[in-house]
Design a protein around this ligand. Structure first.
Ligand code: HEM
Length: 526
């Protein structure tokens, strides 16, 4: 009896183990076979009319992991091996990278019949922004929407923004518990994220919206943000907790904007200089006035586009200053020299009197551009000029302007963060700046939202080029320069260990940013 009782379950157990190991063997055989087929295909079927392939062991996964861990290093290493144009497998998709000024031009100035941004981005952006804007509409409509947004960013608007931004920063520094006392240590990234959202929402969207960020809007925007996780390129549709929160947040935030629009209409508000006021008075070429839900969705898009890029850049600026206290001191002296030791309130016109302050932003974007990969779907076979390659329609194109921005060919000692290199006669001045002719001579083109330079010759394009070029560049510069100038007035920074080291980059989300915690030591001036 006892033996039977033991032998019965044991027998079943043996059977289960046998089945499990059989399944295991089949999986191993399947993986081995697919690796062999994948490798053999790469070695035996080289298509001379397509760019060289980056070798990988596994189908589908391809180079996803090496790319994802550190895209700039991946690009540079493969550029060394294969030249400026090569293809790798990203989540099963053949992705053709083309770096350098020719590659930037080929992709970013590609014709509308050849390349398409919305096909790639819409799965992420539409659930976050909402319908009928940006990548959820024909490109011609996006061009009109960009025109409305760009026209709102006038000199007059910027004049009103600089005092708003300065005030927000001063108030933040006074009120935040992490900056109480004479000195301390702080993880600078979350602080810069808050400063960015307060300054951007107040200047671009007005005081009603800004005040709501002290209450529920901050959490709602956080939930919207989770919709931008790279995993959502595949799982954007799935009823997962973060997607449910994203959808709730989208509806709620859009409703908040629509309520503000309604109440402004009811009050007949005319004076506001902000983006919302401008969009409320904009009409498409076909005579249709921009509907309220589109205004609301554009407000979300604008804030999200600016938030990640500007907050990452401002955090890098602070980290770079902490690594070079001498430059931070120079920045302070620059303001004292320009405005006097009493440092009066900052005005828009003052920013032009602070060339080093401007160069800080420029040089930081050279090494830390937050957008490392710009993607386009290929709509018709694209011959690459000067080669025998034709990029087929089942490839995705990837531009990485950051590669030329850190290439020794254009920037002497490329890895050195040196804001003075943007002066015309510094030993490290890039040749395209040293030899620059009048800016008017640069080739310009209008895609429907005003003239923009084609950027074909420039190795430095942190704001992109072509029909999808950033319209927030000027705003971002005003915002970042103002934030930097005010922080320089209030603080001295250095690294906690006093070294000149700079923390590494986190590439895990769509926009790159500093790894955290990114602690710096601060000390108040005076
Ligand atoms: C597009 C960078 C700030 C709004 C872009 C693109 C880049 C870029 C590289 C091109 C994307 C592509 O071709 O697919 C940056 C950087 C910023 C910044 C580095 C700050 C340091 C802002 C701000 C706003 C903004 C503050 C809004 C006020 C936009 C918009 C587009 C865009 C509307 C157009 C997207 C399209 O046409 O497809 N930006 N941006 N950006 N950016 Fe920015």
């Amino acid at each position: 009896g006892f033996l039977q009782e033991v032998a019965g379950p044991l027998g079943e157990r043996f059977f289960e183990l046998g089945l499990a190991s059989q399944i295991g063997v089949s999986i191993a055989a399947f993986v081995t076979l697919s690796v062999i087929v994948h490798v053999a295909k790469q070695l035996l079927f080289v298509n001379p009319n397509e760019p060289p392939m980056v070798f990988s062991w596994f189908p589908v996964i391809g180079s996803t992991i090496t790319y994802g861990m550190d895209p700039p290093t991946f690009f540079r290493e493969n550029q060394k091996k294969h030249g400026d144009c090569f293809t790798f497998i990203l989540l099963g998709k053949k992705t053709t990278v083309y770096v350098g000024p020719n590659g930037n031009d080929f992709i970013l100035n590609g014709k509308i019949k050849d390349v398409c941004a919305e096909e790639i981005y819409t799965v992420l952006t539409t659930p976050v922004f909402g319908k009928d804007v940006v990548y959820d509409c024909p490109n011609s409509k996006l061009m009109e929407q960009k025109k409305f947004m760009k026209i709102a960013l006038t000199t007059e608007a910027f004049r009103s923004y600089v005092p708003i931004i300065s005030d927000e920063v001063e108030t933040y520094l006074k009120r935040t518990p992490d900056f109480k006392g004479q000195s301390g240590i702080v993880n600078i990234c979350p602080k810069m994220a808050q400063i960015t959202i307060f300054t951007a929402s107040h200047s671009l969207q007005g005081k009603e919206i800004r005040d709501k960020f002290d209450e529920k809007l901050a959490d709602l925007y956080h939930d919207l943000d989770m919709g931008f996780s790279p995993i959502n390129f595949m799982l954007h549709w799935a009823p997962l907790p973060w997607n449910n929160r994203r959808d709730y947040a989208q509806r709620t935030v859009a409703q908040i904007y629509m309520d503000v629009i309604k109440s402004r209409r009811a009050k007949g508000d005319k004076g506001a200089q902000d983006m919302m006021a401008h969009l409320m008075n904009s009409t498409y070429k076909n005579g249709v006035q921009v509907p309220d839900h589109e205004i609301a969705h554009m407000m979300i898009a604008l804030l999200m586009a600016g938030q990640h890029s500007s907050s990452s850049t401002s955090a890098w600026i602070m980290l770079r200053l902490a690594s070079r206290p001498d430059i931070m001191e120079e920045l302070y002296q620059e303001q004292v020299k320009a405005f006097g030791a009493h440092l009066p309130p900052l005005k828009y016109e003052d920013l032009a009197k602070l060339p080093l302050n401007q160069a800080i932003v420029k040089e930081t974007l050279r090494l830390h551009a937050p957008i490392h990969s710009i993607m386009r779907a290929v709509k018709s076979p694209m011959p690459v000029p000067g080669t025998k390659y034709v990029i087929p329609t089942d490839h995705v194109l990837l531009a990485a302007p950051g590669v030329s921005a850190s290439d020794e060919q254009y920037f002497p000692q490329p890895d050195l963060w040196e804001p003075h290199r943007w002066e015309p006669d510094h030993p490290l001045t890039p040749s395209h700046v040293r030899n620059a002719t009048n800016e008017d001579e640069e080739e310009k083109i209008d895609y429907g939202y005003g003239l923009v330079s084609k950027g074909t010759a420039s190795p430095y394009l942190p704001f992109g080029a072509g029909r999808h070029r950033c319209i927030g560049e000027h705003f971002a510069n005003v915002q970042l320069q103002t934030i930097t100038a005010i922080i320089v007035r209030n603080f001295k920074f250095r690294n906690v260990d006093g070294s000149d080291k700079v923390i590494g980059t986190d590439y895990a989300s769509l926009f790159s940013r500093p790894l955290e915690p990114a602690n710096i030591y601060w000390e108040k001036r005076n």
